[in-house]
Write a protein that binds this ligand. Structure first.
Ligand SMILES: Nc1ncnc2c1ncn2[C@@H]1O[C@H](COP(=O)(O)OP(=O)(O)OP(=O)(O)O)[C@@H](O)[C@H]1O
Ligand SMILES: [Mg+2]
Length: 351
């Protein structure tokens, strides 16, 4: 992503925008803020969420907001100090379109590269998503120095197909999932180390096994351990400190899973539980088509219309149960412990 940013800063933007995608709580927002902090202030940066982009007009307005007052007024037929709202009002009265001024906006961006960072991009209305992609292409065609970076859940990768614009060719995409063991340990060792607190190898191992490298749980553990160290006035985290924080983490984690799980009711819930059980018995997860086929068969067993398999698959993705990386043939569990939770809470479970 910084490669994209640096190319634009050097006046030679790449032909793609960026997209970061991955399940809930894996660090997409944190990464987007890190990117924002690393872009020098000479550039124009805006960090948005879909609530800032409700219509196609909002896309134009946010690009225009990257211009300073002087540049904005130069886009007017007569020179006046303006803001975006006034400018668009004057344009409307005089029949001027955003596209008529794109070359001038592009010229301005060559002096001040413009970065539009958009979080939660999977929630964008499709027409707005299409407008964003179109505007990026059109501005680049006018030699503009602009780069858009989107972050969102895995559904982001299918928005292109749904909006009729290609995704994997248009975006330099980076999936973000669970941290590896080394990174997960670093995420704890480094900040604690800075405060003079050490962590035993045994405790680290327990923490990695418990979090699976899930950023949100690491954050949760970090806060709990920090509080505990302060309370016990200790500068060392060992298995006893871990054990005393464990109940708080477990409670919070069950709450998070319960929330995802409660989206499932009735026949769908039963189907979800059956599929989960089946997936736990097999070695490794199937492909998207394989899972859809399993859902199709299960729907038939339930005496339901099997055409609903795609919606159920989509719901599994939206519940942060499974996800698929571009280029991967098989699916991945967003979090293995969510599958354990479903198994423990199965409605027909004798316990
Ligand atoms: N690399 C990291 N190391 C440690 N903690 C991290 C890392 N990235 C993110 N976090 C922490 O994990 C939590 C989740 O991160 P973040 O909100 O960025 O995830 P997200 O993918 O945007 O989630 P959502 O899908 O809910 O929007 C936050 O508390 C954040 O501070
Ligand atoms: Mg986020």
């Amino acid at each position: 992503m910084m490669g994209l940013v640096n190319a634009a800063l050097a006046g030679k933007p790449r032909h793609q925008d960026g997209a970061i995608y991955g399940p809930r709580g894996c660090g997409k927002t944190a990464l987007l803020h890190t990117i924002k902090d690393r872009i020098p202030h000479t550039a124009r940066i805006t960090l948005l969420t879909p609530s800032d982009l409700k219509t196609e007009d909002d896309v134009e307005a946010h690009i225009l907001k990257s211009l300073d007052a002087g540049a904005l007024s130069r886009l007017l037929p007569d020179e006046t100090e303006v803001n975006v709202r006034v400018l668009k009002g004057v344009w409307k009265r005089q029949g001027i379109e955003f596209s008529d001024k794109r070359d001038e906006i592009a010229a301005h961006s060559r002096k001040h590269p413009f970065f539009l960072l958009l979080d939660e991009a999977h929630k964008l209305p499709l027409d707005v998503y299409e407008k964003l992609v179109h505007e990026s292409l059109a501005l680049r065609a006018a030699d503009a120095c602009v780069t858009f970076i989107l972050a969102g859940k895995p559904q982001l990768t299918s928005m292109g197909a749904r909006a009729g614009v290609s995704f994997s060719e248009r975006f330099l995409h980076k999936d973000i999932g669970l941290l590896g063991e080394e990174s997960a340990c670093e995420a704890l060792v480094v900040p604690f180390g800075r405060e003079g607190v050490s962590i035993s190898d045994e405790a680290l191992q327990l923490l990695y096994e418990d979090t699976h490298g899930y950023a949100y749980y690491l954050q949760l553990w970090g806060e709990g351990l920090w509080e505990c160290c302060r309370r016990l006035e200790t500068k060392h985290i060992d298995r006893d400190v871990v054990a005393s924080v464990q109940p708080m983490v477990r409670k919070e984690r069950d709450r998070a899973y319960q929330e995802r799980y409660s989206a499932w009711t009735g026949e769908d819930l039963h189907l979800f539980e059956c599929i989960n059980q089946r997936l736990r018995e097999t070695d490794g997860l199937p492909s998207k088509r394989g899972l859809e086929h399993m859902i199709e068969t299960e729907l038939k067993t339930q005496g339901r219309a099997s055409s609903g398999f795609s919606d159920i698959y989509q719901k599994m993705v939206e519940s942060d149960y499974v996800w698929q990386r571009i280029g991967d043939r098989t699916l991945t569990f967003c979090l293995p412990s969510f599958s354990d939770f479903i198994e423990r809470n199965r409605s027909d479970f004798a316990g």
